[in-house]
Design a protein around this ligand. Sequence first.
Ligand code: GLN
Length: 494
Amino acid sequence: MSNLTDLTITQAITGLDNKDFTAVELAQSHIDAMAENKSLNAYITETPDIALRQAEASDKRRASGDAGALDGIPLAIKDLFCTNGVQTTAASRILDGFTPQYESTVTQKLFDAGSVMLGKTNLDEFAMGSSNTTSYYGNVINPWKRDSDNRDLTPGGSSGGSAAAVAARICMGATGTDTGGSIRQPAAFCGITGMKPTYGRCSRWGTIAFASSLDQAGTFARTVEDNALLLRTMSGHDPKDSTSANKDVPDFLAALDDNIKGKTIGIPKEYNIDGTPKEISELWQRGREWLENAGAKTIEVSLPHTQYALATYYVIAPAEASSNLARYDGVRYGHRAPEDDLTDMYEITRAEGFGEEVKRRIMIGTYSLSSGYYDAYYIKAQKVRRLISEDFMKAFEQCDAILTPTAPSAAFAIGDNEDDPIKMYLNDVFTVPASLAGLPGISVPAGLDANGLPLGLQIIGRPWDEENVLKIAGVIEKIANFTAIPKSVIKEAA
Ligand code: GLN
């Protein structure tokens, strides 16, 4: 029954409704596929028993006419969302063995809608990274390979496990979090669709914090429609998170009417970044033509502070991280070094518990928040952040949404960019500005590069305008007609 794993979420719901298969069969086929794809290391914790139990309950609900919006749909959960009774690690040694006694709001909403949890997916440690190579639990391997060589490629990061799992058909959809691009960039690297909603659309309650003013939950799936469906379920006000917005959640699915006539799409001239491969610039141009052919108007817009976005992000995100991660002291959570002296215990626990990238960020963040440097770095970065936000607001006076490439390259090989953190940070050049401004963004697979690797286009929208973002993404999806899947997945199906 391996072909069940090829269905989209929407198709699977129809199949379940028509009694073509049961939720237990759907879960089992994914559990089998997970066993065949262990080498991808996409999951930190697999929960087949929970999945089968939930699927059984789902079948009963459907039989009695009580099925929820995602009833019986097998999902993967990024291991940054706390799950009651199931180990939650943030891919860090410091949380190894931590089992929350509560459920994050986002996962609770997904389970309330009847979905089934296959497991907790791998990520960069504390969501810091662009390659899923900083996890304590090992690298995630992208199911895609170049035509020209057999090297293992990164799935992108930080939500690399979720993106790889959706691409490899070892789940139907997945949750992610995006602080500076961690949903959109891995979606592009893995040839799937990933959506980060407006900051405040999904509750952050029960999601392990990296940079609280930027962190936002979002979705991965193989179609825009499936993303809309997942996001509709995950969104909504939560009194337990003061930054979650008290706004009605529109019916994101209803927005997918393919009608973009009369819309104006902005093309930011500052996103023509030196060194961007020609294929990516050409794809961007093609995307522009697709939208024009579908009835939209495209205009050049200016986001003049784009050049400062990465520097701004890499001051603000580490500053917030250094503060958020102060709580991991060996007393309350996870790993503890067995030292008699209390100060030694704190210090050695943190030295052993955190990886290199996390330590680098704690140090940068502590430095920029310390007295004497606070104004020069942190306050300055906050001011530039405001200017970046204002650039977008000005652009949105002229256009309804913005089209850009998602990432400056296709998936790179594991080990590449490791010697130089700045090179790694450049991966976020197209995604970070929207994060700083709290805007919704989506990446849709739009083509292949000369090596047969997927490339994504990004749509950025006005605050709270996920509907237009999804609608425009839906049009790109139809016209791009991206049907390629990784060769390893085709082999599995044969
Ligand atoms: N790559 C970026 C970083 O390392 C973004 C990560 C994220 O969005 N969680 O911070």
